[in-house]
Design a protein around this ligand. Structure first.
Ligand code: PHE
Length: 337
């Protein structure tokens, strides 16, 4: 009898019930009332008294092992079954929504939506650009400082990371017959030391409108509409004469400070005004460079930094926060459900 118990013990130990069917036949074979172990317990009654102790211990060991095997399978299986029930109940509400939108993306979408209401569509272009699209077609002279290694990340003599989204203007004008009414959001790169106020990459939105008879007044009204939609209807704008190689005349645009409302604060350096973008009438030579006849068409362009707009909208005062992925920063932009 001892030998039979030992061989059953071995069988039980080697058995791995990995599905419901196998587990049930295991239970029937060993643990049921007519199973092998019950048989042995019956037989035990006939064992000689001097052997009872030893054989009894062995038998108990066998029974415990078999029960443990079966229970282990059952608890594992029950667990799996309840898991799969949960995954199929698609009607359960989510417990919490952990993600948040990046503030730059929120503002980017606001900008796209505001210009969308004026009929501007969105276009895209490459971040690795050649000299023609980033500089030459835009009238940058050979010796212009922006072409310098100090400002531009060059990949080789002719290829660089774009320093502004104006390169996309060129691509659009080369391939699209006016009327053109587009905005071009994207990431740009400049070789600057990283600090609270400067970064080696940031985001711009370029705007371009080319058609017959487009005037400076059209540009001014478009930008006034944008500013009031973005910063509130009391917002005022002012245009200061400026210079860009690819626009003539050129201007920089300030808005009345969105933080203090124009009464003077740290952000506007107590002037009541903050600069938000560069703009101007597309230089006739640039139109020509891109295959558009400047005698027939005119246009305006503008370019703004998304970081700057976000700074004014949300009071973010350090550019590094945007790319450090600190959840204490990002959590502040969680949607309120
Ligand atoms: N590309 C200019 C810049 O990066 C901005 C700009 C765009 C100015 C379009 C005028 C017209 O500073």
């Amino acid at each position: 009898m001892k030998d039979r118990i030992d061989s059953l013990l071995e069988e039980v130990e080697q058995f791995t019930p990995d599905n419901q069917e196998k587990a049930e036949s295991f239970r029937l074979k060993y643990l049921s009332r007519k199973g092998r172990i019950a048989e042995l317990f019956d037989e035990f009654k006939t064992v000689a008294p001097e052997l009872k102790r030893e054989i009894g211990q062995k038998l108990n060991e066998l029974q415990t092992k078999a029960k443990e095997k079966f229970e282990a399978f059952r608890s594992r299986h029950d667990h799996d079954a309840s898991d799969s029930e949960q995954t199929v109940d698609l009607s359960l509400p989510a417990e919490s929504f952990e993600g948040s939108r990046h503030p730059l993306m929120l503002v980017r979408e606001d900008i796209i939506s505001i210009f969308g209401r004026l009929g501007f569509t969105v276009a895209d272009g490459p971040e690795i650009e050649n000299d023609w699209h980033n500089f030459s077609a835009l009238n940058f002279p050979e010796e212009h400082p922006a072409r310098d290694m100090q400002d531009t990340f060059f990949i080789d003599k002719d290829i660089a990371l774009r320093t502004h989204t104006s390169s996309v203007q060129v691509r659009i004008m080369e391939t699209t017959k006016p009327p053109i009414r587009m905005i071009m959001p994207g990431r740009v790169y400049r070789n600057e030391a990283i600090s609270a106020r400067a970064h080696c990459f940031f985001h711009q939105v370029e705007g371009l409108y080319v058609d017959k008879g487009v005037s400076f007044a059209d540009m001014k009204q478009t930008l006034l509409y944008f500013s009031r939609e973005m910063f509130g209807e009391k917002t005022e704008i002012r245009l200061r004469p400026s210079y860009f190689p690819f626009t003539e005349p050129s201007a920089e645009m300030d808005i009345s400070c969105s933080i203090c409302g124009g009464s003077g604060c740290n952000v506007c350096k107590h002037s009541g005004w903050v600069e938000i973008l560069g703009c101007g009438m597309v230089d006739p030579q640039v139109l020509k460079n891109c295959g558009i006849d400047p005698d027939e068409y005119s246009g305006f362009a503008f370019g703004m930094g998304i970081e700057r707009i976000t700074m004014l909208k949300y009071g973010v005062n350090d550019l590094r926060l945007y790319s450090e992925n600190d959840v204490r920063f990002l959590n502040q932009f969680k949607p309120v459900w």
